[in-house]
Design a protein around this ligand. Sequence first.
Ligand code: NAD
Length: 460
Amino acid sequence: MIITELSNVGDIIQNQREFFQTGKTKDVTFRIEQLINLKQAIIEHEQSIVEALQADLHKPEVETYLTEIGVIKEIDYAIKHLKTWTKPKKTAVSFDFFSYSARIYPEPLGVVLIIGPWNYPFQLIISPLVGAIAAGNCAIIKPSEIASHTSRIIAEIVAKYFDPAYIAVVEGGVEASQKLLAEKFDHIFFTGGTAVGKIIMAAAAKYLTPVTLELGGKSPCIVDTDINLEHTVRRITWGKFINAGQTCIAPDYLLVDKKIKKDLIDGLGKSLKEFYGDNPANSPDYARIISQKHFDRLVNFLKDGEVIIGGVAQASERYIAPTVIDNVSLEDSIMQEEIFGPILPIIEYTDIAEAIALINSRPKPLALYLFSQNKNLQKRVLQETSSGGVCINDTVMQVGVSSLPFGGVGDSGIGNYHGKASFDTFSHNKSVLQNSFWLDLKWRYAPYEGKLPLIKKLLG
Ligand code: NAD
């Protein structure tokens, strides 16, 4: 059954609450079976997933495997570690608690809501779902209506492999989202823009629902002189232009040491040719802009600064060539909002302090990139800036390491996930303290007379 009827939302949640109450989802064997089920569902529908992403974003098959179907790695990781994660953990107690034992029991939250964006529309729904299942929750999923083909294939797969009383998909846009947000959930996991993130948090506040907000922002990429230029340009070109720049952790703009700027620009030109040929419009390996609205927004950025590579746009195909822009001013619109497209402005610095000051004058980014082999510089940038994550001498790859929590800080988000962090996000850590009956010291009981010196000693 595919859920499209919004009037059913209350019923779906009620059914999920009843299913959760049966305790079935708390069974670790059940969770592992469901993760295996999810993996199987993806493997059996690989071709349809590739086609849906081709229709939505013109996404090349290799990119779909790398960045969407590759979510299978997260499923395998959860299956491998789930038994360890779910075990109660004994914790130490201090000497004055010598007759007690203390443990932490991770328990599922209940019925959770997952709302996804359009840019990696499959992976960014399935990856949090892995955490929700692993932690023993029921889940309602709302994929992005803008990547409509992917939304449909997610709805079909979930309806085929899962009972809606356990996992259900509600398709639709803002109206569907708002209808869901009017209900009470035990957690809301949202991936999308900062502006909508504020709407989600306001709706969650009504029920004191905890939120994870995976948001965006302008992720800077610093390029020092102490680098391997050939590797640097390739890694920047890949991270910026994969999915036509529509990546939340794409390098948004470059901060380049003036001494290496010319070589870097020449190198970027060469690697773009190597990746996409003389005319990227003809390359099967280059994606398109998701919608007319986003196309128009990006074309507007082409008016800022001076285009030195690319700059071509074709509305009929929603194609924007990989573009590099020099001489932008910090007041230009391209430097005021997240670009989220294949346009890369370059800003030069003469002293790293200028680059750091610029980063610190802006909202905290989701990712920060630094290309430099200089250990002191690495240390300084790590110490003097704050961002969701950092990747040194590469771009985007940090997202693929399951042992690294992924998330923002400040305007780029609240909370994190991937690997164990996903399990933690969808669990409550219940603290359990147990005393025994073999002794009952009276130091804390009334009457208190004469007990203060001992209490003071214990505190000291
Ligand atoms: P968006 O915020 O417009 O939409 C995300 C989801 O929210 C969609 O499902 C949409 O239907 C819903 N939505 C939109 N308006 C709403 C409203 N008024 N009320 C309730 N729900 C609403 O984001 P997008 O355009 O799909 O994605 C792009 C943004 O997402 C970028 O800012 C990008 O950086 C960010 N992003 C972040 C991550 C991350 O992991 N941190 C990953 C991908 C994208």
